[in-house]
Design a binder for this molecule. Structure first.
Ligand code: TNX
Length: 543
């Protein structure tokens, strides 16, 4: 990575080289500073030096610093081309910048200079972008609106952390000069939220979406059903939500999304360029459904609602025809609400379903998903059945998972099943950081920041062709998590690491460099009101 040249001036290089490096930096920054380029963990506040172009998460594919910085002033315009989509990204950027700068920042098709968003043909792919910054302006170029949106997230991180505050701040608002060319390594960069073990309101989900967008996450996987709660209204089976959604872990009131609520989540996610992937977990993890409709049980008796945290005790009745009427109705209604391409059918921990039944069930259910125009995703146990053509499997094993289980997944991958990697002892955001973490679980061990960042999706599972890996996902299970503050404490600072594994070229992977960039996010989270775990592995700036 070209930008690594700049970073190398920090740290272990001899003093003279370091001095020279700072001098070069100052020159590159148009001599606007007194040589006080921020140290590795230096706060962005209180110094006039712009944030270096390579101090961004996820690390951009290529960085070429140089030339004068651009200064956002009260005269800056956000210039868009005529398309509605570009205007929408421009309006989003204006919403980010106006409260803290206090500037008008009109979004307009007219004028020169300023911050320009343009769609153009180029080597950007569906999500990549180029950022050019110099004295007269900043230009973001992309082939698709998603690329412009991701470019806007980069631009945000190039401004001082105070830009994230919601009251007027002094500035100055400088963007370092140079060029970033950026495009993601993987098309799937997901985050899963379990809204079943504890229910989260539409506003809480939207808040999480906004946080995911900061790091270019592009999939929101919603775990909508489990033993403890059914969270989506289904007209043909109304008690699923009204009764099956009426509690949660610990016995609280639970809740569910009306169809209008769900559409609002989908709409908000789309406005942040995230695709919603709904999950109905089957045939296990179904107590809430079984409690709502006695006829779904093999013995015709509805069990009570469940508010504990055990897994593996429930199963739909594989031998009953009504089970498939139920699945058909649920999938049909959910597919109709979901513009995204995927529907997740769970399939994990079906310990109460005999293997033969599990295979039979998946053989019946996968075609139903296809019938309603969606692509199947399942947890990796699906590879123990016959994954449909084009299906994806989400791997959630550990370093210690048996070679046999890993080989089953690898074989499916060699036969065409795409993989999403969510290793529990790396990417599970509900694992405790250490023994003192007040929230979370520890069945997969403790997962500190370095452990969650320091692995390579491209070579993680032996025997898997690189092309089978479609990306990564960070699940957030909520047995112990009840509100946004809890979610944020577990997701930050680990989520950005998983996002970087999904976005950045493997060549940029470097823990020592990453922890410095991560430290620079702390003041941003403070400004945004995001409470996070102050991991001792990260050199957070002093207050
Ligand atoms: C395993 S991983 C589960 C979930 C739990 C989670 C807690 C997977 C597919 N299933 O049911 O909530 O562990 O960490």
């Amino acid at each position: 990575m070209k930008g690594a040249r700049v970073r190398r001036h920090h740290g272990t290089t001899p003093r003279t080289t370091r001095l020279l490096g700072s001098l070069l930096l100052v020159m590159a920054a148009g001599a606007v500073t007194l040589g006080a380029s921020p140290g590795p963990a230096g706060p962005d506040r209180g110094t006039a030096a712009p944030v270096p172009l390579d101090r961004v998460i996820p690390a951009p594919a290529s960085v070429e610093p140089g030339g004068s910085p651009y200064r956002i002033t009260e005269d800056t315009r956000i210039r868009v081309d005529g398309s509605r989509e570009t205007r929408r990204v421009g309006a989003y950027l204006a919403d980010v910048l106006r409260p803290s700068t206090g500037y008008r920042l009109p979004v307009t098709e007219h004028g020169r200079g300023g911050i320009r968003l343009r769609l153009a043909k180029g080597p950007f792919g569906a999500e990549g972008y180029r950022l050019d910054s110099g004295r007269s302006g900043v230009t973001l170029t992309a082939a698709e609106p998603a690329g412009l949106f991701h470019g806007v997230q980069t631009l945000r991180q190039l401004l001082p952390a105070a830009v994230e505050k919601d009251s007027v701040q002094p500035g100055p608002w400088l963007v370092a000069g140079g060029t970033i060319e950026d495009t993601p390594r993987y098309a799937w960069r997901g985050a899963m939220l379990d809204v079943s073990r504890h229910f989260f309101t539409v506003d809480e989900v939207k808040r999480y979406i906004d946080q995911l967008a900061l790091y270019k996450i592009n999939k929101l996987h919603l775990h909508l059903s489990d033993d403890q709660g059914w969270r989506i209204a289904v007209d043909s089976w109304p008690r699923l939500a009204t009764y099956g959604g009426s509690t949660e872990v610990g016995g609280g009131p639970g809740g569910y999304y009306t169809k209008a609520d769900y559409k609002e989540i989908v709409r908000h996610a789309a406005s942040r360029h995230l695709e919603v992937v709904p999950e109905i977990d089957m045939p296990g993890h179904t107590n809430a459904a079984l409690a709502s409709y006695a006829e779904l049980n093999c013995d015709g008796v509805a069990p009570p609602l469940y508010t504990g945290i055990a897994v593996g005790f429930s199963s739909l009745c594989v031998g009953k025809e009504i089970t498939y009427d139920f699945v058909d109705d649920v999938v049909r209604e959910l597919a109709a609400l979901t513009p995204g391409r995927y529907l997740h059918i769970g399939g994990d921990e079906a310990h109460s379903t005999p293997h033969e039944d599990y295979v039979k069930f998946m053989d019946r259910v996968q075609p139903i998903v296809a019938k309603y125009g969606k692509t199947v995703i399942g947890w990796h146990q699906l590879t123990g059945a016959d994954p449909a053509k084009g299906a994806l499997a989400q791997y959630w094993g550990l370093d210690g998972t048996s070679g046999q289980e890993k080989e089953q997944v690898a074989e499916a991958a060699r036969n065409g099943t795409g993989l999403i990697l969510s290793p529990a002892d790396r990417s599970y955001l509900d694992m405790k950081y250490d023994a003192n973490t007040p929230l979370g679980l520890s069945w997969a061990g403790h997962v500190e920041v370095r452990r969650s960042y320091d692995w390579d999706p491209g070579s993680y599972l032996p025997g898997v062709p690189a092309s089978a890996v479609r990306g990564v996902e960070a699940p957030l299970w909520t047995e112990t998590l009840e509100n946004s503050a809890h979610l944020e404490y577990m997701a930050f600072p680990r989520l950005p690491g998983v996002a970087e594994l999904g976005w950045s070229p493997a060549a940029t992977h470097d823990w020592e460099d990453y922890r410095v960039r991560l430290a620079a996010q702390g003041p941003r989270w403070d400004a945004l009101g995001i409470g996070y775990h102050k991991s001792p592995q990260v050199p957070w700036p002093n207050e």
